[in-house]
Design a protein around this ligand. Sequence first.
Ligand code: SAM
Ligand code: SF4
Length: 329
Amino acid sequence: MIDPFGRTVDYLRVSVTDRCDFRCVYCMAEDMTFLPKRDLLTLEELDRLCTAFIDKGVRKLRLTGGEPLVRKNIMSLIRNLSRHLNSGALDELTLTTNGSQLAKYAGELADCGVRRINVSIDTLDREKFKKITRWGQLGKVMEGLDAARKAGLAVKINAVALKDVNEFEIPDMMRWAHGEGFDLTLIETMPLGEIDEDRTDQYLPLSLVRRRLEEDFTLTEIPYKTGGPARYVEVAETGGRLGFITPLTHNFCESCNRVRVTCTGTLFMCLGQEDAADLRAPLRASESNELLSQAIDEAIGRKPKGHDFVIDRRGGKAAVGRHMSMTGG
Ligand code: SAM
Ligand code: SF4
């Protein structure tokens, strides 16, 4: 799949549910209304959809959400999808998780051929963790990380940089992550969906975080790539890798290789644009994949050049109405 700007699309992110057992302040409102179950693709439909994309050249598949591991029977989908790893059609099957269910599933994930996972943790302080996630428990996530290590899964920690919240904790988090053998990637908050708070209060530019880190650490740019938009540095003092995802201070759209499907089968060609294509109707219209394949081609043919995230100019308002939990991180 090649888009109008010559970019090869070989990375698919699939949100398998919009539900979550956390309510992170930058991601959701506390009283979120979730989609009615009948609107969701079944696990069989999700498998068919992913397989259609793999047939079209997707080499990397990431399951996300909401929280992917709270979807009922999710392991049956993952086990089925692992056939594409075994056949060599897929290079990587991975997921982004809040870690709450990882203690239960880490072993089985490894058994299904998952090699690396992203776990989101924004703070190592139990109280702060509770404040940020509203419903989460850091202890459970730490148990999950232990299980992941025992299962041999490589872990990357994702942390959203939040002004006044974890702003001054970032060096400690980095020392901890690197000490545990985990990569750490910092993410700028993106204006996605209405939340209960003002986003301008949360936004912390990573350019500032990096300048501060450079006062105490030696950061060397490295060409390491994971298929995502992070740019990596190596930290001499810790020997670990630190990634920066900077949709606001540095637009990374020129090398974008991915598209996203929601749990209702809506294909978003760009995280920061409203344009989308419905894949559920062609998926359900026939048992063959012809209509589905056509709909995918048409959508890739209009993948936009990039997003337009600007937090200060929007006065903290959302750039697009949908939440990250719907499109998937
Ligand atoms: N529930 C899983 C988790 O938290 O890892 C997967 C889905 S979550 C939407 C994926 C990632 O998006 C998480 O790392 C989360 O911190 C991040 N995220 C959510 N809302 C965001 C926002 N408005 N700006 C930047 N990152 C956001
Ligand atoms: Fe749930 Fe992940 Fe959103 Fe937090 S960031 S509310 S864990 S979907």
